[in-house]
Design a protein around this ligand. Structure first.
Ligand SMILES: Nc1ncnc2c1ncn2[C@@H]1O[C@H](COP(=O)(O)OP(=O)(O)O)[C@@H](O)[C@H]1O
Ligand SMILES: [Mg+2]
Length: 420
């Protein structure tokens, strides 16, 4: 993957004596004390990150943490006090005004939280507005705006006025306005921040389904960690102008960098963050035509398993539990028991991307869940205990490792009850 955007050691100080503030930052002074002693505001300090092409990169943090300042610098709307911001290798922090205009015209577009739709203009005109500003001729901008409206499912409303549309639909017009300019990088500063939860959910899904086909490079700002975790391929968490952690949703939730992040993570539904992949293990399998129930018993004893999958060549034939195999093997005396006599042909399956929350039911059945790929091949298994252990890990940074081992069995039983 190639990095579309590289941000290197960027600082933004608001005020007329930035050098003084930078010097104090270098001495380890806080944003607050610097403001008190110099009345300079630290907007962003020492921010570095990279965004790959086609990724959604989320910047998350409380109000005042520097998110908008960061995104305005990416856009060249304000220049950093120091540092580099490379878009395809061009530094928007230091390039000429004409180069910057060129980048903003051709590469990067912003979707604002309070984008205003013009009430007396049609939806099409509203969607085409960004192109009009860029001086694109009418026929071309209308065609592009119509394509963008199609992408958000609103082409049949092209000739209506904003007042004819619901709040959620108006939001989608705002999105279409950003998309119509066909930017390579889309900046979205809390675009769904003012929406009620249902419409917000709808817009998040809309964005994800658009992104599945458009594959834009998107910088998405939010103050809501669940939104960040849902949308972000990568997430940067900001506090007082600093980036305190960068990682995937799974990395952040399983390993919060400090108490600030841990406090956000505490309320998160882990079942919606982690997937089958997080808890998958290498499958240990028996072969239907060559292995016996006795072989299965020994394998499960060696590997401490409750059940094991049985393969017929490349295909899954069934699953056999320790109890079934051991009982049959014991009762048969010295003669071998064929696996087909003891295996169950009914077994739970899933794929790598399924969220853990959607595996509770299957996991509470007690059998390992078969993870299959697109060709229906067995690529892993999810042991039920692994699902419940993952969901019951406390997210405090400090004791999580110890607590993990000591509380898992208890919690597993509890959760099993809950899931039934
Ligand atoms: N134009 C400005 N002049 C002075 N201070 C500013 C300006 N813009 C933002 N700030 C300050 O910079 C910090 C970061 O603000 P902002 O980037 O808007 O945060 P966020 O978007 O995360 O809420 C805040 O302390 C804010 O008061
Ligand atoms: Mg902001």
């Amino acid at each position: 993957m190639t990095a579309k955007l590289r941000v290197k050691k960027v600082y933004k100080i608001f005020g007329d004596r930035p050098k003084e503030a930078l010097a104090l930052l270098a001495e380890g002074e806080s944003k607050e004390s610097i403001f008190q002693t110099t009345s300079q505001t630290v907007g962003v300090q020492n921010a570095s990150f990279e965004v790959d092409e086609g990724q959604i990169f989320v910047i998350m943090g409380l109000s005042g943490s520097g998110k908008s300042t960061m995104v305005r610098m990416l856009n060249g709307l304000i220049r950093p006090t120091s540092g580099e911001i490379l878009i395809d290798g061009d530094d928007v922090a230091s390039c000429s005004g004409s180069k910057l205009r060129d980048i903003r015209r051709n590469k990067i577009a912003m979707v604002f939280q309070h984008f205003a739709l013009f009430p007396h203009r049609t939806i099409l005109e509203n969607a085409a507005y960004g192109l009009k500003v860029k001086g694109v001729p009418a026929a071309e901008r209308n065609a592009k705006a119509l394509t963008a409206l199609e992408q958000v499912g609103l082409s049949s409303w092209a000739h209506s006025k904003p007042a004819d549309l619901s709040g959620g639909m108006q939001q989608r017009v705002g999105l279409a306005r950003g998309l119509a300019t066909d930017p390579e990088v889309l900046l979205m500063d809390e675009p769904f921040g003012a929406l009620d939860p249902l419409i917000r959910r709808e817009m998040q899904d809309e964005l994800l389904s658009l992104q599945a086909t458009l594959k834009k490079t998107i910088i998405f700002i939010t103050h809501d960690l669940s939104e960040a975790l849902l949308l972000g391929d990568k997430i940067a968490i900001m506090k007082d102008g600093r980036i305190v952690q960068i990682g995937t949703a799974q990395e952040i939730v399983s390993n919060p960098a400090d108490d600030y992040v841990a406090a956000f993570v505490a309320d998160i539904d882990r079942g919606r963050v982690f997937t089958a992949e997080t808890v998958s293990s290498e499958p240990s399998v028996m072969q239907l035509n060559t292995d016996t129930a006795g072989d299965a018993v020994r394998t499960m004893e060696d590997q401490n398993l409750n059940a094991v999958y049985v393969m017929d060549g490349e295909e899954i034939a069934g699953v056999v539990t320790y109890q079934q195999a051991a009982t049959a093997d014991r009762d048969s005396g010295p003669s071998d028991v064929h696996l087909s006599d003891v295996m169950q042909t009914d077994y739970p399956t899933t794929d790598m991307d399924t969220q853990l929350a959607d595996l509770y039911g299957a996991a509470s059945g007690g059998l390992p869940i078969a993870i299959t790929d697109a060709d229906n091949r067995l690529v892993g298994v999810v042991e039920p205990e692994a699902v419940f252990a993952q969901l019951s890990v406390p997210s405090e940074t400090a004791e999580s490792d110890e607590a993990d081992a000591s509380t898992a069995p208890e919690n597993t039983e509890l959760k099993l009850e809950d899931a039934r």
